[in-house]
Every structure is written in C-alpha cells, then in structure tokens.
Ligand binder design. Structure first.
Ligand code: NOJ
Length: 536
C-alpha cells in the first residue's frame, strides 16, 4: 500500500470563523482568535483545520457570498494575519484548508456589478441571464434553496439572472471559460501561499441544464428543516449534477495536482445513496475529488440497522483507491448532541472516530455543544428568515471556552448568543473532568492515531446476533492488529457474544475500564456504552 496521505490518516476540524474566538473585541471571531486557540486543537489531536469562508463579503449569507476571492474580510483580519495563521498552524503540524465558493459570488462582487451594468458589458456572460417568459414570469420553475424563485428580475437591463441561493448570490456561468480561468487563478493564489486544500461549496451544482428545463416537483416533500438537506420541494434534475460536471471537477483537480499533497474536498448533494457519493471520485485517468463529503451519518435515522446497512453499501460502492469519510454535523445542520442526546453523542463520537475513513469534527461538538434557541425576530441566518423554523444560527453560536463572561469568546456582546449551559459545557471545565465528552474525544483521537487498524485497517461488520438492532459491532484490522468496536445504542445493558477470544479495552465512552481484560464471547456493555477492544 502506498504511504497514506495526511488527509487519509488525519482528522479534519471545521471552524466557523465568526464563532471560534474574538481577539479584537467586536463580538465576531477572527484570525488572531484562531491563532490564539491553535493549542487547543493540538491538545485535542486533530490534524487539519477547515475554515468556513473568510473572504470579503457583504455577509448576506455569512461569507458564502464572496465579493473578492483573493483577500481577507477586515472583520477577520488582514492578509498578514492570514499568513501568520498559516505559519502558526504549520509550525504546530496542522494543515489549513479554506472554503471555495465557485457556484456563486456576492451581488457586490465587481464582476456582477459590471455584468449588470449593461447587456453588452464584457462581464455580462460571466453570470446566467435569461429573458422573461411572454407573461413576464421567470424563465423556469427552479426554486431557490433559500426560498422563492432562482430568478430575480433586473429592471435596468430587463432580464432575469439566476441565483441558486439568495438574490444577493448570483450564480456564475461556468460554461464561460473566462469564469473558469478566474476562479482557478484564485485557487492558485491560495495554494501558492501554502494553503493545504479547499472544501468546495456545492461543487456538483456548478453547471445548469443548457435548455433550462423545469424541475419536476418532489412528491415526497414535507416542509420542514429535516427535509431541506434531502433536496427540498423539487427534484433538482436540471439544476444539479449536469452532464459535464465530472469533467469540470477533474479540471479543478488538475489545478490541485500541480502542487504537492493538497486536498480537494467537495460538498455534494446530501444523500444516503452511496453511489451518489462514489461517482465523485473520478477514475484514475481523470481523478476528481479526494473526499466527496459523505453526509449519511447526519441524514440516516439513528438506528443500528440503518447505519450498518449504509456502511456496508458505502464500503462496497467505493472505487479502487477511493478513500471514505464521515461527518456528524456542520454549520448547516443541528448540533449532534441536541439531535441525539448527550449519551448518544458520545456513541456517535466513537463511531465517527473508529470507522474507516477521514472524520470531520465540527467545532464545539468535542465539548458537546447544543443548539442555542434563538427567537424568530432575532434570527440572522437568511435561510431561517425566509423559511421560519429552518435557521442555522442555533448551531453557529460562539465556542464556549470557559465559565467567564461570554464564555471567554469575546469581551464584547457576541454576534449570536452564548448557550445557557456554558458554565459547565466549556473547554476549561471539561479539560478538568476526566469523564467529559472533551476528554473522550481527545482519548479517541489519540487512540485512533496510535492504532494502525483504525487509521488504515479494513472494515468488517460483525454479527451481534439477536441484538442486531441495538448493538453495532464491527472489526478493524491491519496486519496482525485486530480491534473490535461495539456500540450499545440502548439505554439498558447488553451482553454480546462474539467468537471466543480475549480482548483488552482501549476506550470506553464512559471513560472508565481502560486496560480491562474482557472475554469476547461475553462482552458486557453498559447503557449507552461504546467500547473499543483490542483483540489480544
Ligand atoms: C452550502 C454552505 O455550506 C451553506 O452554508 C451556504 O449557505 C450554501 N452552500 C450557499 O453557499
């Protein structure tokens, strides 16, 4: 086996920069704040950080509306601060991944300002313009992800422009080679500076149907937040995953491959169909993404059978050389500890960090942060303003560092409220508590790092017999090393019987029993206990 890359053996930690740490006292996180807290990440043991967008932006979608691809938003700092962060991260052995938003710009980007200036402006065709239908209505029925139509009328030039998200986020026209060249240059700007890779926003939506045909309605759609991730009210057959997208992503990948050791991670459609994910690796002749993000763990019902079946299907669908990955939550999804419960969040952490493939950890999940309820009249997220009940603010609240004012995040009033539970749910308190979820994360990460069966080994489901619907059991194996992972999803104790043999407990989610010798044919799991057992 060729030597594994850092993004295969490592753990990627997502920072939402507005909410990690504020150093300049304006209530919003910044780059100097991240620098100040890098040692937390080193202590935790992660290997790479991915920053949600830090580029100049009017913040209509909190940075996912970029108005300059090669600069830093003054709210976060300067280019010099960025270079200092990169250097400080690299000095600690941490890789740094940025967020590329190629599908759309801000409406304040000079490119769009020029494009909308007149129909014959040279930048006009950098965006997607269409005439109205004879009755004045939009060119087709495409529904924007944040509500309303994907088309907004431009009164001055008398055409509609396309925006997959907000009207303030016009979609770029990727069929125009100048657009491709401009964005590829922006990627090189950061790779030249030493950035270790990109997470690419909605990478599979960069191309649209050339005939702009109507999307069929989604007959299964029930309004509500949970259903948004799965596509929403339309089957987006003409606005996502269009012919040509794989060739385009392969071209982007070639930009990365001109540099050593960089990673291309793509946000693709949220799907529990493994083949939707695995089509995005590309073949050896035209490789595409290193890590097309697999959202299944946050989409599936939290049930043993559903998880076991998905993992098996995903493992089977991966192409040769395709490296898996898993994610529990992110800045668009409810906090895992709120969604599942605190005990279940510990099981989820063990699952995430013992499956085969690269784990993504969302900032704050390591301390068990919860969703913070925010009254509708104080919602800031445009998705939540346009579609009440779908706000993403609750999972974007400031990191809880200690029990002092504003949880140590800022000296000013934070841009989103601090969770009520910050007096106990915070880094400092949890570092001091040997049983905390924070110490569990740290222990799991260290154990994973030191155990080749977990970082590199094969995955095999094991039979939990009549407990098949309550205990998830699998083995990871590399050379002579075999590690069994058993996760009790139930609130009562369970005893499973595996083929006879002896094991030594490496980690329990209860943060006890380490080193205990156990008989595998009578493995006792306490309520909501997960165990990693090395077969001896
Ligand atoms: C996906 C991002 O994760 C989300 O936060 C953003 O609002 C949309 N893409 C639009 O860029």
């Amino acid at each position: 086996m060729p030597q594994a890359a850092w993004w295969q053996t490592g753990i990627i930690y997502q920072i939402y920069p507005r909410s990690f740490m504020d150093r300049n006292g304006d209530g919003v996180g910044d780059l100097q704040g991240i620098i100040a807290q890098l040692d937390h990440l080193v202590w935790l043991g992660v290997n790479a950080i991915w920053l949600s967008p830090i580029f100049p932006s009017p913040m209509a979608d909190f940075g996912y509306d970029v108005s300059d691809y090669t600069a830093i938003h003054p709210l976060f700092g300067t280019l010099a601060d960025f270079d200092a962060l990169l250097e400080a991260a690299h000095a600690r052995g941490l890789k740094l991944i940025l967020d590329l938003v190629p599908n759309h710009t801000s409406d304040q980007h000079p490119w769009f300002q020029q494009a909308r200036a007149s129909r014959d402006n040279p930048k006009r065709d950098w965006y997607i313009w269409r005439d109205a239908q004879p009755d004045g209505s939009p060119p087709n029925n495409w529904a924007a992800y944040f509500g309303g139509s994907m088309w907004t009328w431009d009164a001055a030039t008398k055409q509609y422009y396309l925006h997959s998200f907000l009207p303030e986020q016009p979609d770029l026209n990727w069929r125009n080679p100048e657009v491709k060249a401009a964005i590829f240059d922006a990627v090189r700007f950061w790779l030249d500076r030493g950035v270790d890779g990109f997470r690419v926003d909605v990478i599979d939506r960069m191309l649209k149907d050339e005939q702009f045909r109507d999307n069929p309605v989604n007959p299964d759609f029930v309004p509500g937040r949970d259903n948004l991730a799965a596509g929403g009210a339309q089957q987006r057959v003409y606005s996502e995953n269009q012919p040509g997208i794989h060739a385009l992503i392969a071209e982007l990948r070639a930009v990365f491959d001109a540099y050593d050791d960089r990673v291309l991670i793509g946000e693709i459609a949220y799907s529990t169909d493994p083949t939707v994910i695995t089509t995005h690796y590309g073949g050896s002749a035209a490789p595409e993404q290193h890590l097309p993000i697999n959202f299944a763990l946050l989409l599936l019902p939290w049930e043993v059978e559903a998880l076991r079946a998905f993992i098996a299907a995903y493992e089977a669908a991966l192409p040769a050389g395709g490296w898996p990955n898993y994610v529990l939550s992110n800045h668009d999804q409810p906090r895992i500890a709120s969604k599942l419960g605190d005990a279940e969040a510990r099981i989820a952490a063990m699952l995430l960090l013992t499956l085969r493939g690269t784990p993504f950890v969302y900032y704050g999940d390591e301390i068990g942060m919860h969703n913070v309820p925010i009254p509708q009249d104080q919602v800031q997220d445009p998705q939540g303003i346009n579609m009440p009940g779908t706000s993403r603010d609750p999972e974007r609240t400031p990191m809880q560092w200690h029990d002092g004012p504003n949880a140590g995040f800022s000296t000013a009033t934070p841009w989103l409220p601090i969770a009520d539970d910050y007096l106990t749910v915070n880094v400092e308190a949890e570092r001091a508590d040997p049983h905390s979820i924070l110490n569990l994360y740290r222990r799991l990460i260290a154990y994973r790092r030191d155990t080749p069966a977990l970082t590199l080994g094969a995955y095999q489901a094991l039979d939990s017999g009549e407990l098949a619907d309550t205990v998830l059991v699998y083995e990871r194996q590399h050379e002579n090393q075999r590690v069994v992972v058993a996760l009790n999803f139930a609130a009562d104790p369970k005893t499973i019987s595996l083929p006879a043999g002896q094991g030594r407990i490496g980690v329990s989610t209860h943060m006890e029993r380490s080193g205990e010798t156990v008989a595998l044919d009578r493995l006792v799991l306490r309520p909501h206990e997960g165990l990693i057992v090395e077969v001896v």
